[in-house]
Design a protein around this ligand. Structure first.
Ligand SMILES: Cc1ncc(COP(=O)(O)O)c(C=O)c1O
Length: 428
């Protein structure tokens, strides 16, 4: 069955359409933190952040159906849906964030954010980390070091080493790592200025999720923020991964890091699977962008999307899912730390709220990445009915980022299964 589907995919969609796992899962149904495959087998979903408030949450389904049965148009007509939603969304921010632009994907949001930064600074130079992913438009694809663009990188793009708390640049202890990162940003600013395009923006995920979510203390970005401000640039916080309460202690990743970006982008979990994304900015920034660029997005901010996004936000708030992320995430980290007492392959346990995992090493002394091992673990977990994955600079970090209603009981199942899979998988 799945072989037939794989062949049809290749024939109809072309080659190189990636799938997770050696034996890809053919999902047919989801509810809460579980999904079921075509054979009726249940899986615990420890990975998917798009169904933020749980697969097929009835309130979101109902909101989508009701609005779809009433009206769906675009934003050139007047409708309260987008206004009510932007009011509710910006209320989760601190000042001065009070406006939003609605679009459909995180890639679009970051693409718009880059142009907002251009409108503010009059310059085009962009700095990103060397192990990030910000999306797939032509402009943001330029920021992807792990998937280089054909024809090479534009002169207006510069990279800095991804933060790595397990092997910190500048050495262990204190803020040396933070200052080393800021110095690398300064060097790239100087290079962009020398090339003539000038420095416009530093774009980063405030949780450095794709980089392997290093364990960075609050204030870690302060020296970098100072460097960017001194150069007259702006900071884009890509909250596609850490936003909407996932980190538990704060609603947004930048709030947890303790800095105020200039522009914030979001997507993935925003409408529980319906394609909704946004750029949130202070009113002056939005005005500068709107005056400089004519921007219209046919599907962005349509009434059905806004109803889905509103229902998702209300469920996060009404069901206390941020507090759940704080509690269950701490419990999961504790479980992983206990597992590290039994398995030497766990070199480091990291995370915040319901975004956590462990870095796997061949040997703790050398910290040599156990990349093949972590891949085998992900496949072993899938065989035992638990879905998770891996990422990081060396692709050796087990990554878990489940739907937000994830419970302590779900953690117990995940830890017990991981214990068994680690015991049966040879370290290589
Ligand atoms: C940090 C980050 N930004 C942006 C994106 C792109 O979002 P989308 O796939 O909705 O375009 C992703 C997708 O994985 C992401 O991880």
């Amino acid at each position: 069955m799945s072989e037939d589907l794989l062949a049809r995919r290749a024939r109809l969609l072309g080659p190189n359409m990636s799938t997770f796992y050696e034996d890809p899962v053919h999902m047919v149904r989801g509810q809460g933190v579980h999904v079921w495959d075509a054979d009726g087998r249940q899986y615990l979903d420890c990975y998917n952040n798009v169904p933020h408030v749980g697969h097929c949450h009835p309130r979101v389904v109902e909101a989508i159906c009701t609005q779809a049965a009433t009206l769906n148009t675009h934003t050139r007509y007047l409708h309260e849906g987008i206004l009510d939603y932007v009011e509710a969304l910006t209320a989760t921010f601190d000042a001065p964030f009070d406006t939003a632009l609605m679009c459909c994907t995180g890639s679009e949001a970051n693409d718009v954010a880059l142009r907002m930064a251009q409108a503010l600074t009059g310059k085009t130079g962009v700095i990103a980390t060397d192990h990030t992913y910000h999306g797939n438009t032509t402009a943001v694809h330029q920021l992807s070091r792990s998937n280089p663009p054909p024809g090479g990188y534009w002169d207006s793009v510069g990279f800095v080493p991804a933060p790595d708390s397990y092997r910190p640049l500048g050495g262990e202890g204190g803020m040396a790592h933070a200052h080393a990162f800021a110095a690398a940003v300064q060097a790239q600013i100087d290079a962009l200025e020398a090339k003539g395009c000038g420095f416009s923006t530093l774009i980063l995920c405030p949780f450095f999720a794709n980089e392997g979510f290093p364990d960075l203390p609050r204030g870690w970005l302060d020296p970098t923020v100072a460097v960017v401000r001194r150069a007259g640039g702006v900071i884009i916080a890509d909250e596609v991964q850490p936003g909407f309460g996932r980190l538990g202690s704060h609603f947004w990743g930048h709030q947890r890091m303790g800095f105020t970006p200039d522009i914030v982008t979001m997507g993935k979990p925003m409408a529980n699977g319906h394609p909704v994304a946004a750029v949130v900015a202070p009113g002056d920034t939005m005005r500068a962008f709107r005056e400089r660029f004519r921007y219209f997005n046919t599907f962005g901010g349509n009434p059905v999307s806004c109803a889905a996004a509103m229902a998702t936000l209300q469920v996060v708030q009404d069901e206390g899912l941020q507090a759940n992320a704080l509690d269950v995430g701490a419990y999961a980290k504790q479980g992983l730390l206990e597992l590290a007492g039994r398995h030497d392959a766990i070199g480091d346990v990291r995370g915040a709220g319901l975004f956590f995992g462990a870095e796997m090493v061949l040997e703790r002394a050398t910290k040599a990445p156990a990349t093949a091992y972590v891949k085998a673990l992900a496949n072993g977990m899938r065989r035992r009915g638990v879905l998770l994955n891996f990422l990081g600079v060396h692709y050796n970090v087990l990554k878990m980022r489940p739907p937000m209603p994830f419970s302590r009981e779900n953690v117990d199942q995940m830890i017990e299964t991981l214990d068994a899979v680690m015991s049966e998988t040879p370290l290589s």
